[in-house]
Each structure stands twice: as structure tokens, then as C-alpha cells.
Write a protein that binds this ligand. Structure first.
Ligand SMILES: O=C(O)CCC(=O)C(=O)O
Ligand SMILES: [Fe+2]
Length: 317
């Protein structure tokens, strides 16, 4: 590698940034194409300030939303599971989450325990529920399904908006992305495309889709209905080209910390940075809405059906 190419100086901050890639595509580090998330301050800010902030930014980045110790207990439980299930490098400390190269699995079919009490208490306990009750102005409910991200060395998540996976109930639904460990930039944290929640008109064809819907009058309808074929919800395979065409900067944090929470809207474009370390990036994402609003049936109940065949919907198109 050319050493001159290895690090770039971001004009936004004097610390050098490594070359950043998402989906193996090098991001443009210039100040009009890349930057950092801005902090919000729940507690200091009232709910009307937070509402104004989320309509402006599409997200709320809340540092120290929980005590580190509370999140550490969840991490301990999950890294213990990863060790027991044989995903960690022999002789390493579980807390390092050092991968032995075996892939843990994507959000669907991830082997970590959805019912872990410490995890559920963190994500669905009083702190989170009262935050959303205040923010949304009424009693709230959450989706029961928890999306685990256990990403070892390699590519980040596909670029997408959450709406295409969970838009069958209210669209006044929010994602909470929660780092379960400190996530320095080389471990591949979340990437958000600035201002993209204001681009719903440009993205209308994409946003009107549903990953479990298919055209029943097409030749391959039976394969879609059974789940043998599917559209995976990807908006773009090229984050650099998308940023150029849609505008806004790709935003992330130099380091997400245990205790932070990032809350964002269904129509905000996001993905994640590639993980260039040998450690597993651990995080979850979960969803919250007003309890009285309609809910997407795929994600609630004791065993949420998710993207199973029973949830496929055919229509003439
Ligand atoms: O953590 C990731 O890589 C993706 C997370 C995500 O898509 C989400 O929080 O909605
Ligand atoms: Fe997402």
C-alpha cells in the first residue's frame, strides 16, 4: 500500500482519518462528502427541541444515554454466548470479541439469544420506554424482534432505508441503533446519509416497495411467494455514487461508545463502514412507536414471523 494514501487529514478535525470504505467502496473524505454526527442531549433538551432536531437531522445521537456498566453487562452476556457458540479466537478474552473467522450470521437467523433478560431490560426497559413516551407524546410499544449485528472483518451493511422492511404499520416508527461495545471507526459503525429523510420524493419508487411483496402476475411469482427469491431492500451498492447523486454527506462517529444510542427515522438512508479489524462489531437495532398506532405484524409476538412465506404479499403490478 502507498503509505501516503493510508491516512487522510479531515479538515473537520485535526486527527488523521484512515481511508474509509463501505461495501468495499472508498468514501470521499472531503468536507462536502463526509462528516460526523452531531450530538443531541436528552434530559437537557425538551421533547419539542428533540422533535425539531429529528425533523431537521433525521436522527438523534445521544451520548451516555445509559451508564456504561449497564451496557457492559449486556456485552458480557453476548460475548459469553459468542464464546460458547465457538465464534471467538482461541485463547482470546471474550470481551475483545476477537473473531476466529466463522461468520456469526445476519440479523435473521442470528444465534444470539433474543430473550436475554439483560438485553431486553436495556432495550425495552424504563429508560428507553420513558424516552419514547415523552418524545412521541403517549404510551409506546416496541417491536419484539431484536436485530443483532455481529459483524466480523469485511463489508458493512447494504445501503437502505428501514421502511422497506417494516412499513406495514405506522410510519411514525423509530429505529434505535445501540453499540454494545466501543466502536472505533475501523470496527465499522453506522453510516447515515445526511438529509436523506428529506429526499423521499427522489426516493419514492424505492420507499414504496416492501421486501415481502411481489408481483403475482409475473412468471416467477411462486418463487417469490415461497421465499426462494427475494429482493433484499438494497438502495445502492455504491455509497460514493449515491452520495454524489443524492447529495448530503456520509456521517458517522469517530468512536461510538458503550452507553450511546442513535435514534433515526424510517426514511433515513444508512449502511455501515467496513470492519477492517479482526474483532466482531456488536450492536443491535430495535423499533419503537405509539402503542395505539397500527403495527407491522411481521415483528411482534412471542416468535415474530419476520420475512417468512406466510408474510409474503402478492399484488398485480
Ligand atoms: O448495524 C448495521 O450495520 C446496520 C444497522 C441498521 O440497518 C439499522 O440500525 O437499521
Ligand atoms: Fe437499517
Amino acid at each position: 500500500m502507498n503509505p501516503a494514501n493510508h491516512c487522510r487529514h479531515s479538515p473537520l478535525n485535526s486527527e488523521p482519518l484512515p481511508v474509509l470504505r463501505s461495501l468495499d467502496v472508498e468514501l470521499d473524505p472531503s468536507p462536502y462528502a463526509f462528516g460526523f454526527l452531531r450530538d443531541s442531549h436528552p434530559g437537557a433538551d425538551d421533547s419539542s427541541t428533540l422533535k425539531a432536531r429529528i425533523s431537521e437531522d433525521g436522527y438523534l445521537f445521544m451520548r451516555n444515554f445509559w451508564d456504561r456498566e449497564k451496557v457492559q453487562r449486556v456485552r458480557d452476556s453476548l460475548t459469553r454466548q459468542l464464546a460458547q457458540l465457538g465464534f471467538l479466537s482461541a485463547g482470546s478474552r471474550p470481551d475483545e470479541a476477537r473473531s476466529n473467522g466463522r461468520e456469526v450470521g445476519r440479523a435473521m437467523g442470528n444465534p444470539l439469544d433474543q430473550h436475554d433478560p439483560a438485553l431486553r431490560d436495556l432495550l425495552f426497559g424504563d429508560r428507553m420506554t420513558s424516552f419514547f413516551a415523552e418524545f412521541l407524546g403517549g404510551p409506546v410499544r416496541h417491536f419484539d424482534f431484536i436485530w443483532f449485528r455481529t459483524k466480523g472483518t469485511g463489508l458493512g451493511s447494504p445501503i437502505h432505508c428501514d421502511l422497506v422492511y417494516m412499513g406495514r404499520g405506522t410510519h411514525q416508527l423509530y429505529t434505535a441503533w445501540v453499540p454494545l461495545g466501543d466502536i472505533p471507526i475501523d470496527l465499522g459503525g453506522l453510516l447515515i446519509l445526511e438529509g436523506s429523510h428529506h429526499k423521499s420524493h427522489e426516493l419514492r419508487a424505492y420507499l414504496s416497495r416492501d421486501v415481502d411483496a411481489y408481483c403475482e402476475n409475473h412468471d416467477d411469482a411462486a418463487e417469490f411467494a415461497s421465499g426462494h427469491k427475494w429482493w433484499d431492500g438494497t438502495l445502492s451498492k455504491n455509497p460514493r455514487a449515491l452520495q454524489q447523486s443524492l447529495g448530503g454527506r456520509w456521517l458517522t462517529a469517530r468512536e461510538f461508545k458503550m452507553g450511546d444510542a442513535l435514534i433515526f427515522k424510517m426514511t433515513l438512508v444508512h449502511g455501515s463502514l467496513d470492519n477492517t479489524t479482526d474483532r466482531i462489531r456488536l450492536s443491535t437495532d430495535t423499533r419503537y412507536q405509539l402503542a395505539n398506532d397500527p403495527v407491522d405484524e411481521r415483528w411482534v409476538g412471542e416468535h415474530p414471523p419476520g420475512h417468512t412465506a406466510a408474510m409474503k404479499r402478492g399484488r398485480v403490478c
